[in-house]
Design a protein around this ligand. Structure first.
Ligand SMILES: *Cc1c(COP(=O)(O)O)cnc(C)c1O
Length: 557
């Protein structure tokens, strides 16, 4: 077993509440989990001494069903871990609410193209001897109430460190991907005689949340109840907040290296937590995973070795434009065939196709493009467009669910004019089809709430043109009219949110009608150049190989 995990050589432990490794393992909800998966994939390619820790989530996130009105219902996504991984014969215990809860682990081994591996531990409390309630702690990702969530975070943070010990790992860095795993600092403090500076040496913390209300917090009453030892409670109070336990604060106070996930996000984070110093490492996506099969063929032909050296994509200009257009058309046909079959639409390969897919929630503004239907109709008269949506709303996000219904409403209203589809149950496979098959990738979050965003990077890897609000990664990626297009202004210190939205809307419709549609339909060579630029100027940089090399040199070493 030791040989298999390579416990002795694993020096960096990466903790994440969700990890998206493959479509059949529904242990992710969205961007955070996919990023964790890409982190693991890149680390394996690069041969980093990495081990990852998460929860098993045997009932998954959920399967989304949508009725004819777009009303979402959620269904458990039961899956069998033994299809993908093996159960390890080790147990540790963690005290929750005065009771010892047993924790075991599953081992998933990610094999990279370079024949390196990264082990991923999936913690599981579904063990004989645990109470029925405790056996369910690791069932549902982001399910249940605050009490359930805190129990999960105790298992992840404290149980995770204990499991690593049990396996004989001597870890030199603990990387917390968001605050859900911050309780690991409590365990490390106890192991190190409460020496905070020693613990800080060991910890790296990455925040992903640019708003106050997005941070994971727990009331002291709940913490006191579940973390029954008074001394533990006092430590959490000291490092995690005087009035409530703020998991981000806990991570910040006990990590020497703290970063945001884009340059803008670093500034926002420093404003949100005055007195703390943040670095920034802009996210990237795993190139080999997120390039569709047709483009892959081209890259293999013209840019050999690109898979483990995505920097080589900087030479995308050596690929003839017509070959890029041809490969993209094949991906588009694959997507439209799928959409037409699944959604009963009649989408056409010659029509400018706009994609929008991500978690559905208010700040992402999925209905922004429908704000003025007459202007949208005018756009469609300038040159036909068709729209494809996908995305799940969190079960308790009522506004998110309502937004899906509204999209269905617009679909009905525009029937016979603009072809619109909504693909049910967004996941990694659907994401792959979309980011490689549409012509334009639309992103309209409310600034500054998109910490980074990664789906646009996937689109760029496939020569798909980004059209996005200047937030997150796009502030760094956008060269107007060269790598894609921006929506709205960059800085608007003197404007109200309403004025900003008006400017964004104006830009959205204006650029579609007067710039993008004419280029797409009448100046195909210019359009092809932009596709090629997306690959050359965006994907060579916004990939997880570059991201991990930054983590190594800035955070781990
Ligand atoms: C890439 C991806 C995301 C993240 O997309 P964002 O644009 O960053 O919100 C979410 N879900 C799935 C399935 C993905 O593949």
């Amino acid at each position: 077993m030791d040989n298999f995990i390579g416990s002795k050589k694993r020096k960096i432990a990466y903790f994440s509440m969700e990890i998206g490794l493959r479509c059949g393992m529904p242990t992710y909800s969205g961007g955070l989990g996919i990023l964790a998966g890409d982190t693991i994939r890149a680390s394996a390619d690069l041969g980093l001494p990495f081990i990852a820790v998460t929860l098993i989530n045997k009932r998954g996130y959920f399967i989304q069903k949508l009725d004819s009105e777009g009303r979402q219902t959620e269904h458990p996504h039961n899956w069998d871990p033994s299809d993908y991984m093996q159960s390890l014969p080790y147990e540790v215990t963690v005290n929750i609410q005065g009771k010892e809860v047993k924790v075991r682990s599953w081992l998933y081994v990610h094999h990279s193209l370079t024949e390196e591996t990264v082990p991923v531990l999936f913690l599981d409390t579904d063990i004989e001897g645990n109470s029925v309630e405790d056996r369910q702690i690791t069932d549902s990702l982001y399910g249940g109430d605050r009490r359930y969530r805190l129990k999960q975070e105790i298992i992840l943070g404290i149980g995770g460190v204990r499991m690593l010990r049990k396996l004989g790992c001597s870890i030199q860095k603990y990387h917390m991907n968001e605050g859900h795993s911050s309780l690991l600092t409590l365990e490390l403090l106890k192991e190190n005689d409460m020496n905070a500076s020693k613990v800080k040496e060991l910890c790296v913390f990455t925040t992903h949340t640019p708003i106050e209300s997005g941070h994971d917090v727990f009331s002291h009453d709940l913490v006191r109840e579940l973390v029954s030892q008074n001394s533990d409670f006092e430590i959490l109070k000291k490092y995690g907040g005087e009035h409530q336990l703020n998991m981000t604060l806990l991570g910040l106070n006990l990590s020497n290296y703290v970063n945001g996930v884009a340059k803008r996000h670093r500034q926002i984070s420093e404003k949100m937590f005055p007195g703390y110093k943040f670095s920034s490492i802009t996210n990237g996506v795993h190139s080999y995973t997120w390039v569709g099969p047709h483009m892959k063929e081209l890259y293999n032909k013209y840019l050999p070795c690109w898979a483990n050296e995505p920097e080589l994509l900087v030479r995308a200009r050596s690929i003839p434009d017509n070959e890029i257009l041809k490969a993209h058309r094949k991906a588009k046909k694959d997507l439209l065939d799928y959409v037409n079959k699944e959604c009963g639409t009649n989408m056409d390969c010659d029509t400018l196709t706009i994609g929008f897919a991500r978690r559905v929630t208010e700040y992402k503004r999925p209905t922004l493009i429908f704000s003025d239907l007459n202007r949208l109709r005018k756009v469609n008269e300038a040159g036909k467009i068709q729209l494809i949506f996908s995305g799940k709303a969190h079960p308790r996000d009522l506004m998110g669910k309502l937004l899906i219904e509204r999209i269905y409403g617009y679909m009905r209203e525009l029937k016979g004019e603009i072809e619109i589809a909504y693909i049910e149950n967004y996941n990694m496979d659907i994401s792959m089809k979309l980011v490689s098959g549409v012509d334009v990738w639309l992103n309209t979050p409310k600034k500054p709430l998109e910490a980074s965003g990664t789906s646009g990077m996937k689109a760029a890897h496939n020569g798909v043109v980004n059209f996005s609000v200047l937030d997150g990664w796009w502030i760094e990626g956008c060269v107007e009219g060269i790598t894609g297009y921006s929506i709205g202004p960059k800085l608007e210190a003197d404007k109200t949110p309403e004025q900003v939205e008006m400017m964004e809307l104006d830009d959205l419709y204006y650029k579609l009608e007067y710039i993008m549609i004419p280029t797409y339909y009448k100046r195909k060579d210019e359009w092809a150049k932009m596709m090629s630029n997306s690959i050359e100027m965006l994907s060579y940089y916004f990939n997880s190989h570059r991201m991990m090399l930054h983590y190594v040199t800035e955070a781990y070493l």
